[in-house]
Design a binder for this molecule. Structure first.
Ligand code: PHE
Length: 448
């Protein structure tokens, strides 16, 4: 029997799970996706996808975790005689490892930019200069590698403290700091000339942009942003207290995720429009477009420091939730100590991160099927591993696991959510599997 470790408090639970879901996805992808896919119309689609697809999947992962108090691999082994299902857990662990590898490279960039913001600042730099600096920096290979390693070590430093004394304690400080920073940045952007234009970019509804592919984009974004379809939520589910209501927790987390993603957009795009810069997404937004904004904005250096600190916080609280499932797996399945598991796995992640960083150097030979390793891992995890494992998890919970067990977990033995339970059942049994099948089919058709 594994020792039953649980989160220490309600706030701690929300800070830890919220720390996982609120990440780079909220800052560099959601606002741009909303802006370029119909504004408020996209946001409505996204909210529907969150509520009808992402939240039920998150609840299902929590059920698997809390019922077994195990790592993703061990959890399936406990719930089913058929060993094949453990492979789903293993796929989750592999996924989270791959994501951690490239995520730590990006987090490392944020550390470097934080350092630049403090020591040199961005003001007075020309656009070409800013773009060149970023390209040259990536092209060294070793510079991004070193900071990625530093970032992995910092993540390991938190995870080695365990759930309560490490992860929960740190997240209880970092998450309120994150909320305060993002609200502060929002108020600052309120004072900028481009405020209303930025808000219009994000919020002006254009329903004509909504089509099948936009819906699929919203689903994909909801998956990544809610950390679904991998080990993370099964592992965190295994630490949820018996008294916590799973539906309530999942809905709270979804709301927090959406709120921060919207606030990120409100904080970022007014600045972009104030200086008539083209809105972008992904690394370009954070490491090229925004430095350009900071170079022109009053007090841009201070805003830059605060912003890159924000990016760092969102990244480290997410990366903790990538390392913990693998550590829990190693501890429970190979009976190693936490410290040895953290050291060994962090070492492996560092190697993978270095490969990612060097694969981005010009003419690098580190390529898989025509892409550099960084892009390959990003693509293969979000396009294939996450949706496939989410589909298998939902099929497991709705069709394979004992119905009574699932109901007891979701309703806390009949104390909450009873009225909505039949609806939840229909959604996980029929609606989500069909939607996910379509999603995966579409991806496969697009590849071949
Ligand atoms: N949800 C995080 C984000 O939005 C990413 C993440 C993926 C975190 C997988 C944990 C596990 O950036």
């Amino acid at each position: 029997m594994h020792e039953k470790i649980t989160f220490g408090s309600k706030f701690g639970t929300i800070a830890v799970v919220g720390g996982s879901v609120i990440g780079l996805g909220n800052i560099w992808r959601f606002p741009y996706l909303a802006g370029s896919n119909g504004g408020f119309a996209f946001i409505i689609v996204y909210i529907l996808c969150s509520l009808l697809i992402a939240v039920p999947i998150m609840m299902s992962e929590f059920v698997i975790g809390r019922q077994t108090r195990s790592n993703p691999f061990g959890a399936f082994a406990k719930l089913s005689q058929n060993r094949i299902w453990s492979l789903v857990g293993l796929l989750g662990i592999v996924t989270v490892f791959c994501i951690f590898a490239f995520y730590s490279v990006v987090a490392g960039w944020a550390i470097s930019f934080f350092k630049t913001a403090i020591f040199t600042g961005f003001s007075g730099q020309e656009p070409e200069q800013i773009n060149n600096t970023f390209a040259q920096y990536i092209n060294t290979g070793w510079q991004p590698s070193v900071v990625a390693i530093i970032f992995v070590i910092m993540t390991g430093g938190i995870v080695v403290g365990g759930i309560k004394k490490g992860i929960e304690r740190v997240n209880k400080i970092l998450m309120p700091a994150l909320a305060a920073i993002i609200v502060g940045l929002f108020f600052y952007s309120f004072s900028l000339a481009g405020f209303s234009e930025g808000m219009a970019f994000l919020l002006k509804p254009d329903f004509s942009k909504i089509n099948f592919s936009v819906v699929l984009t919203a689903i994909g974004q909801a998956f990544f942003s809610m950390s679904l379809g991998m080990g993370a939520m099964i592992t965190y589910g295994s630490y949820i207290c018996a008294e916590t209501s799973i539906p309530r927790l999942a809905i709270t987390i979804a709301l927090a995720d959406l709120t921060i993603a919207m606030l990120a957009g409100f904080a970022i795009f007014p600045g972009v429009f104030t200086y008539h810069i083209e809105p972008t997404s992904g690394p370009t937004l954070i490491f090229e477009t925004l430095p350009l904004v900071f170079s022109q904005m009053p007090a841009g250096n201070v805003v830059g420091i605060i912003f890159f600190f924000l990016v760092f916080i969102t990244a480290i609280t997410s990366s903790v939730s990538m390392l913990e499932p693998i550590v829990q797996f190693a501890m429970q399945e190979f009976k190693t100590s936490r410290i040895k598991a953290v050291a060994g796995i962090s070492g492996l992640v560092c190697i993978a991160a270095i490969l990612c960083a060097y694969s981005q150097v010009d003419n690098s030979l580190l390529r898989i099927s025509g892409q550099n390793i960084f892009d390959f891992l990003d693509g293969v995890t979000s396009k294939f591993f996450m949706p496939i494992s989410a589909l298998l998890i939902i099929i497991f919970v709705s069709w394979v696991a004992k119905k009574d067990m699932v109901r007891k977990q979701i309703t806390n033995n009949g104390s909450y959510f009873n009225k909505y339970y039949p609806f939840f059942r229909i959604i996980i049994q029929y609606f989500i599997p069909i939607v996910l099948l379509l999603f995966i089919l579409n991806l496969i058709l697009n590849v071949f």
